[in-house]
Each structure stands twice: as C-alpha cells, then as structure tokens.
Design a protein around this ligand. Structure first.
Ligand code: PRP
Ligand code: URA
Length: 209
C-alpha cells in the first residue's frame, strides 16, 4: 500500500477552517483553495531528486543542488481541480498541465468522463492529480486509471478534503499512488457529500449555485 500523508500544518488547518465556512464567498474561497494547494505541493514535492551543480557566487565557486531530470505534470480533475492549478504552478512554473473532465452523476454518484487531454511526453513525467474533494473516490479512481494508460513515471494524488470511504476505495484501487490530504473528514452523507466538508467545491469556486 502506497503512503498516505495527512497534512497537519497549522497554516493548512487555519485556511481550511475559513474554507469550510458557509459564509466564505467565492472570491476568498478561490484564494484559499489556491493557497492550500501551494502549501500541499511543498510537501508532495519533498522527495524530488536533486543533483549537484557548480555555481559561481560573488565569493567563490560552490557545489550546490538543483532538481534532477524528473519533470512534473499537474492534472486537475475538472471542474474543481482547476482551482488548485495556480497554487501548484506558483511553486513549479515549468510543469506541464493536463486536464481530465469528469462529473458525478447526481443519481448514481458514478463519474462520467467528458474530456481528457494530457501532455504528449507524459511517460517522462511524474504526475500529480489535483481535486479538492475525495468523496466516494470514483472520480479520482477513474482519472488515475485513464492517466495510467499513458504510462507516466509515477502518480500522486492531492486533495484538500477526503472522506474515509473515498480514501479506502482509492487505496484499494491504486495501491501504488501516494495520497496527500489536507483533512480526513468524518463520513459521507446519503447524497455522497463529505461531512463536515465544505459543500460543493466546484459550485463554491465558480459561484454557480
Ligand atoms: C466533485 C469533486 C470531485 C468529485 C468527488 O466534482 O470536485 O471531482 O466530486 O466525488 P467522488 O469522490 O464521489 O467521485 P463534481 O462531480 O461535483 O463535478 P464538478 O467539479 O464539475 O462540479
Ligand atoms: N464533491 C464535492 O464538491 N463535495 C463533496 O462533499 C463531495 C463531492
């Protein structure tokens, strides 16, 4: 079973509290999603390999480190994953961005795919899949299955809030995928919403409800 990391950093926990608040409007909600994504990306890239280079400082030539050959691609799951892109790209500006369009059928809660465009050289890249919400796990499982067909070097999944049910399903379906979570919440309600959660992430980011 691949590792699962639950973020306990005070800055993430504080921002999450404001994010959950029903009175937080779209403008602030978008900023918070982006800021939390930046903080989580810092952790998710902790194991990137380094190589030594020589750098001429104003004082001498020094042996210093840069990130080695491994390249990154971020793949947001549409729509809500789009809200995390700015935040992660601010840390890794050279990363490529793929897109997977999925929505949950409101009756069956199963994901319906409507778009998939991934970087042409994805087999030479490590992929970090982005979605603020891991509820039943269906969307993340499907997205990762699609991405695996294109044989990237490695896949990680990053979500801001997860339900225990979705985490278990994702771990079982893709045991090789490392999972980064901002908060592991209590449970799913009868409509497949995470409790306490934050409501519908896509609607709150884009102000569609
Ligand atoms: C939300 C969320 C995830 C999915 C999680 O998207 O952004 O993609 O639900 O639920 P699951 O784990 O049960 O699959 P939604 O289907 O509401 O689509 P949207 O982002 O287009 O609003
Ligand atoms: N999708 C959301 O946006 N929120 C939930 O709580 C569950 C799925």
């Amino acid at each position: 079973m691949a590792k699962t990391f639950i973020m306990d950093h005070p800055l993430i926990q504080h921002k999450l509290t404001i994010l959950r608040d029903v009175n937080t409007a779209s403008k602030e909600f978008r900023s918070l999603i982006s800021e939390i994504a930046t903080l989580m990306c810092y952790e998710a890239t902790r194991d990137l390999p380094l190589k030594e280079v020589e750098t001429t400082t104003p004082l001498c030539v020094a042996k210093t480190k840069v990130i080695a050959g491994k390249k990154l691609a971020f793949v947001p799951i549409l729509r809500a994953g789009l809200g995390m892109v700015d935040g992660v790209v601010s840390l890794v500006p050279s990363a490529r961005i793929g897109h997977i369009g999925l929505y949950r059928d409101p009756e069956t809660l199963t994901p319906v795919e409507y778009y998939c465009k991934l970087p042409a050289d994805i087999e030479h890249r490590e992929v970090i899949v982005l979605d603020p919400m891991l509820a039943t796990g269906g969307s993340a499982i499907d997205a990762i299955t699609q991405i695996k067909l294109r044989k990237p070097m490695n896949i990680k999944f990053m979500c801001i809030i997860a339900a225990p049910e979705g985490l278990k399903a994702l771990q079982e379906a893709h045991p090789d995928v490392e999972i980064y979570i901002g908060s592991l919440d209590d449970h799913l309600n009868d409509h497949g919403y995470i409790v306490p959660g934050l409501g519908d992430a896509g609607d709150r980011i884009f102000g569609t409800k």
